[in-house]
Design a binder for this molecule. Structure first.
Ligand code: THU
Length: 168
C-alpha cells in the first residue's frame, strides 16, 4: 500500500483570519472561541485516563480540527521512560488517524495550580500540522495561557524542499 496521504499532497489546510479559521478544502469556518469551553472540558476529562504510574503527573490534551471535531487523549507512560507519549502528541495522532491533519487549536490541561506549556518535542510534532494553531494551556486555577504555536517554536524544523512522493 502506498504511504498515507501527507498534508502536502492535498490534505485540507486551515487558514487563520483573526479569531476565525477557514478550511480550504471543506470550506468550513470555525471560531475557536465558540469551542473553547468544550475543548477545555475534553482535555480535563481525558486526563482522568492518563497512564502515569511513574510520574503521577496526569495530562490531558484536546485538539480541534478545522471541521469542528474534537480529539482528546492523555499521556501514556512506559517503564522505559523515554518511550512515554505526551498527551498532546497522542491527541494529534487521534485526529490524524481519523483522517484530519488540519488542526486549528489545542488545549493542554495539567492537574496543577498554574498551566504548563507543551514540551519541545510536542511543539515540533504539532507544528507539522499547523504552526499557526492556537495553543490554550489550562490548569486548576483561573489562569489561561494562550499562544500561537509558532510563538512557542519559532523556526520549527521542516524538510525543504519537500522530498518527492514515493513511487507506488
Ligand atoms: N507530559 C505531557 O503529556 N505533555 C508535555 O508537554 C510534557 C509532559 C507528560 C509526560 C509524562 O508522562 C509526564 O507528563 C511527566 O513528564
Amino acid at each position: 500500500m502506498a504511504c498515507a496521504r501527507g498534508h502536502r499532497e492535498g490534505f485540507s489546510r486551515a487558514y487563520r483570519h483573526g479569531d476565525e479559521y477557514f478550511d480550504h478544502m471543506t470550506r468550513n469556518r470555525i471560531l475557536i472561541k465558540d469551542m473553547e469551553e468544550e475543548l477545555y472540558e475534553a482535555a480535563r476529562r481525558v486526563s482522568e485516563l492518563a497512564y502515569c504510574p511513574y510520574s503521577k503527573f496526569p495530562v490531558g490534551a484536546a485538539v480541534l480540527s478545522a471541521d469542528g471535531k474534537i480529539f482528546a487523549a492523555p499521556n501514556i507512560e512506559n517503564a522505559s521512560y523515554s518511550v512515554t507519549i505526551c498527551a498532546e502528541r497522542n491527541a494529534a495522532a487521534q485526529a490524524i488517524a481519523a483522517g484530519t491533519t488540519s488542526i486549528v487549536a489545542l488545549a493542554l490541561y495539567t492537574r496543577t495550580p498554574t498551566p504548563s506549556t507543551p514540551c519541545g518535542t510536542c511543539r515540533q510534532f504539532l507544528s507539522e500540522f499547523n504552526a499557526e494553531m492556537e495553543v490554550l494551556c489550562i490548569a486548576d486555577g483561573e489562569e489561561v495561557l494562550r499562544f500561537i504555536l509558532k510563538e512557542l517554536l519559532p523556526k520549527a524544523f521542516t524538510i525543504s524542499p519537500h522530498p518527492p512522493a514515493p513511487s507506488p
